[in-house]
Design a protein around this ligand. Structure first.
Ligand code: SF4
Length: 157
C-alpha cells in the first residue's frame, strides 16, 4: 500500500493515551496477536479507511483541535513509510505527537523519534498487567522525548 495508510479509528479526546488531553488516531492492522489484546478489531490488515498521509494530515488539522495527538493501533510501525510521512507532516505543523508501538525502543526508527514528544514501546503481556500510567503491562516503557540536542534524549517516565 505504497504512499497510503490504513486507519481503523479516531478518538477526539482521551486522558489515558499519554499526558494531557489528546486525540488518538488508530492505525488498522497488527500481526502480533497478543493474548488479551485490547483492540482485536484493529488486528486485521483489511478494512478501515485508506488515506494518503497528506490527506490524513489535512483531516487531523480539522479534527485534532489542540494539536496533541497519540498515534496507536493496531501497530503503526507495520505501516512504517506512511507513518513516517504522516509524522513528518504533523511535526512541521507543530503537532505534539505521542506514538504507541509494540516494538522495542531500539527498533523505532530515529527518523520517527526525532519528531515525537512521547513514545510507548514494548509488546502487551497480559500476565504482566500494570497499574503504571499510559502502559498496559509492566514490561512496556513510556518516554518523554527531549528534542533540541544533536540526538533526541529519551527520559523514561
Ligand atoms: S500489539 Fe497491540 S494491537 Fe497488536 S495484538 Fe498486541 S495489544 Fe493488540
Amino acid at each position: 500500500m505504497k504512499g497510503k495508510i490504513r486507519l481503523g479509528g479516531f478518538k477526539a479526546s482521551s486522558v489515558a493515551d499519554g499526558p494531557g488531553i489528546r486525540s488518538v488516531l488508530f492505525f488498522q492492522g497488527c500481526e502480533r496477536q497478543c493474548n488479551g489484546c485490547h483492540n482485536p478489531g484493529l488486528q486485521p490488515g483489511k478494512g478501515g479507511r485508506v488515506l494518503s498521509p497528506s490527506a490524513a494530515t489535512d483531516w487531523l488539522v480539522k479534527e485534532c483541535h489542540n494539536r496533541k495527538l497519540t498515534i496507536s493501533g493496531g501497530e503503526p510501525l507495520e505501516q512504517r513509510e506512511g507513518l513516517m510521512q504522516l509524522v513528518d507532516a504533523l511535526s512541521a505543523l507543530n503537532f505534539d505527537i505521542c506514538l504507541y508501538t509494540g516494538y522495542e525502543t531500539e527498533q523505532v526508527p530515529s527518523e520517527i523519534v526525532k519528531n515525537l514528544r512521547y513514545l510507548k514501546t514494548g509488546q502487551y503481556r497480559k500476565n504482566l498487567s500494570s497499574t503504571k500510567r499510559f502502559v498496559g503491562s509492566d514490561n512496556q516503557r513510556f518516554f518523554e522525548i527531549i528534542q533540541g540536542g544533536c540526538t533526541p534524549c529519551l527520559r523514561e517516565i
